[in-house]
Design a binder for this molecule. Structure first.
Ligand code: PGA
Ligand code: ZN
Length: 412
């Protein structure tokens, strides 16, 4: 087994132009694992803190001061690397060293191990003998915290080619709907600038329902039946709208407010009307009971927790106990280390909670999450749609079609 011979880090920028850290781990003096940490804009209250005191430089300093503790460890020994990080950070949210550091160190280590063993990363992370491709879930229209004033309050309208039999077709279909939506938006508003949100989805000046109607139209223009071969999803990211003092969801841009009950009706109407295959954070991050109501009401939709479950296995257990979701987002940097995230995945899979491995809105051009999606038996991979940092993950899935351990698409 290859041993870590060097570990170094540096400050770089993510796709939003914000500072982040990158870590290089070399095993046996030649096998490089290199990982640059992403970061979110609509961050869950209970997710891992990205950097010590909010400063990438402080997390990097901790790495430099403690690099000797990692030298000589086996790069494939995720548990020991995780424990070494946890000895440096006694908090329960990685505020002592920064979750971004835990993210980058653990993934860089296994990537280095995968090179040393000449095996793809997904097969290093799982003992399964065969794997299935997750369906790409692409953001075709952005609003909320990911786009400017005038765009919808809801954060993301997503596309999933759920009828596709191959990953090539699923990716091509998502991209064709994104292209068609541009034409639909230009027809609707000749002054549409083709502006895009943080994840590559179009960012037009439209109210929530109009944005959904036009997205559905783009699907139908291409000859698909909405909700059959190709479906829409929505990330409501409702914690952005939730006002704890007023106990209301404030839809600033559309100009209305929802009580908790009205929010359930608002989300239900959208799920029904647009035949959503996927509905994420339809209520705020602490509304476990309201999520249970939606989960009971829509068994055929992936009622998904993101800010609700924050890739935290204790919080997921709470959601499982109260039947608050039938699907959950897996974002490694919400958990901190890859070891934490894999524990979360195990609990989800044991309890029939469908996993969606996801990027962050501030990303790097790395593509390890495509492998993490495969290894965790994720049903979907949420990686945006266009832009170098988004396409990198889709292109990695296409490269992986050359691998004979992977056959067919996941069962949704
Ligand atoms: P974030 O958004 O990366 O900005 O948190 C993504 C999401 O909410 O799913
Ligand atoms: Zn989300």
């Amino acid at each position: 087994m290859a041993k870590i011979s060097s570990i170094e880090g540096r400050i770089l920028y993510n796709s939003r132009g914000s500072k982040t850290i990158e870590v290089d781990i070399i095993s046996d003096e030649k096998f490089l694992g290199r990982v640059c940490a992403p970061s979110g804009a609509s961050v869950g209250k209970y997710e891992a803190v990205s950097f010590k005191n909010g400063k990438p430089e402080e997390s990097l300093k901790i790495l430099k001061e403690n690099s000797s503790k990692f030298i000589g460890l086996e790069s494939s020994d995720l548990e020991t690397i995780h424990k070494t990080l946890n000895e440096l950070d006694q908090t329960n949210n990685y505020s002592g060293i920064g979750g971004a550091l835990a993210f980058a160190v653990t993934i860089a280590a296994v990537e280095s191990a995968s090179k040393a063993e000449s095996r793809p990363l997904f097969s290093i992370l799982s003992n399964e003998k065969s794997f299935k491709f997750p369906f790409p879930l692409g953001n075709i229209l952005g609003g909320g915290a990911h786009a400017g004033p005038g765009t919808p309050d809801i954060q993301e309208i997503l596309i999933c080619a759920n009828g596709s039999k191959t990953i090539e077709d699923a990716i091509a279909t998502n991209l064709s709907v994104h292209k068609e939506l541009r034409k639909v938006l230009e027809k609707e508003d000749p002054n549409f600038t083709n502006g895009r949100g943080d994840e590559g989805g179009w960012a037009p000046k439209l109210e929530n329902h109009k944005a959904l109607e036009l997205s559905a139209k783009a699907i139908e223009n291409l000859g698909y039946t909405l909700g059959k071969e190709v479906s829409l999803g929505v990330d409501f990211a409702s914690s952005t709208q939730w006002n704890e003092e007023k106990k209301k969801y404030i839809y600033d841009r559309a100009g209305f407010e929802n009580s908790s009950e009205e929010q359930i009706d608002f989300a239900s109407e959208i799920i029904d009307k647009y035949k959503l295959i996927y509905a994420e954070d339809a209520v705020h991050e602490e509304a476990f009971e309201d999520m249970s109501e939606l989960t009971a009401k829509f068994p055929n939709t992936l009622i998904t927790g993101d800010d609700l479950t924050v890739t935290n296995k204790n919080i997921l257990q709470k959601a499982i106990n109260s039947k608050s979701c039938n699907a959950a987002i897996l974002k490694v940097n919400q958990a901190g280390s890859l070891f934490d995230a894999l524990e979360f995945a195990e609990l989800a899979n044991q309890n029939h909670i469908r996993l969606i491995t996801s990027h962050r809105s501030g990303e790097s051009t790395d593509s390890q999450i495509s492998h993490i999606g495969l290894a965790t038996k994720s049903k979907m991979l949420k990686v945006g749609i266009v832009g170098g940092e988004r396409v990198a993950k889709l292109n990695e899935l296409l490269r992986l079609t050359e691998h004979d351990l992977i056959c067919g698409m996941a069962e949704l």
